[in-house]
Design a protein around this ligand. Structure first.
Ligand code: HEM
Length: 273
């Protein structure tokens, strides 16, 4: 009867904690790595970044469904359960001050920073929702939302991050997210019994630290790449690319029209006979 009492969370704690741990790794952690690597391609210039963004946006109308199923919903689940874990736990950092306690405490501090940063970042670049009403009234240039334009990937990202305050905000947010993932990988190894002995946990420390340093370099590289962008040059490249694409689409439409006219002609002639 004991198991039936308490909140839904308390009754299903084991399963929920495992799902929380798993979602931190896949899809949320995996997405974060791909996202930072893609964004760091701004270091390679407007053409390289635009190519990567076009590849993602080639999903077309399926993109919002993919975003919600594989990014937003798992992240919301991880964040909601994370807040519940934080609120139900107590820190002994100030009592013992061991490195492990400090990391336990930092995992929670970076969770809060990640929560507010991701909420802001998704509004700032993506706008949260893409309905006509929302974009007209809520997420627009007046409110500083939905500033990333996929067809002007590099220039719009550079304009969105033009102010030094925004850059600083992104440095803090990205650093917190990277720490949270790298330190989280270490605790995840314990949660799933991957490193159990003290010696294995010590080795895992190095592995996770190296992963964290590498990912931080990639993440900060994205901010450097965007900051180094020459907006006028990036815009010129993007406009030229849009014109080339429009001309190719026009040619393809004309060809299709000619082909379908050819296909119709024999039938029309046959009818006349
Ligand atoms: C950038 C997005 C995020 C990623 C990649 C991520 C990833 C992870 C990973 C891999 C773990 C380790 C799981 C384990 O120990 O088994 C973890 C733990 C944790 N996450 Fe996240 N997380 C993110 C955002 C958040 C947010 C927004 C919150 C809540 C505000 C949150 C709260 C927590 C908490 C409290 C833990 C520790 C759980 C425990 O000690 O049992 N995370 N996260």
């Amino acid at each position: 009867m004991e198991a039936q009492s308490g909140s839904f969370f308390a009754r299903n704690e084991f399963l929920i904690r495992r799902l929380h741990s798993l979602t931190g790794l896949v899809p949320v952690g995996a997405f974060m790595c791909v996202h930072l690597i893609t964004n760091s391609s701004t270091l390679g210039g407007a053409e390289m970044f635009q190519k990567n963004v076009d590849l993602i946006h080639s999903l077309g109308p399926a993109l919002p469904a993919v975003e919600w199923a594989f990014i937003f919903l798992p992240l919301i689940f991880h964040a909601v359960v994370g807040v519940w874990i934080i609120r139900s736990g107590e820190s002994n950092y100030f009592t013992y001050n061991y490195v492990s306690n400090f990391r336990w405490w930092m995992q929670r501090v970076t969770a809060w920073i990640a929560l507010f940063f991701i909420l802001y970042h998704v509004f700032h670049m993506h706008g949260w929702f893409h309905t006509e009403w929302w974009l007209k009234n809520v997420a627009n240039e007046n409110t500083g939302g939905h500033l990333f334009k996929p067809e002007h990937a590099t220039s719009s990202a550079a304009i969105a991050l033009a102010s030094p305050f925004k850059k600083l905000l992104y440095v803090v947010g990205v650093t917190a997210c990277v720490f949270h993932l790298a330190n989280g990988l270490w605790t995840l190894g314990i949660t799933w019994g991957i490193w159990t002995s003290p010696a294995a946990q010590r080795r895992a420390n190095y592995l996770c630290a190296a992963f964290g340093v590498g990912l931080l370099a990639v993440g900060l590289g994205s901010i450097v790449g965007v900051s180094k962008t020459n907006v006028a040059e990036a815009e010129a490249f993007e406009n030229a690319q849009l014109e080339t694409k429009a001309a190719a689409a026009k040619r393809a439409a004309e060809l299709l029209k000619k082909e379908s006219a050819k296909a119709v002609t024999p039938t029309a002639t046959a009818t006349k006979k």
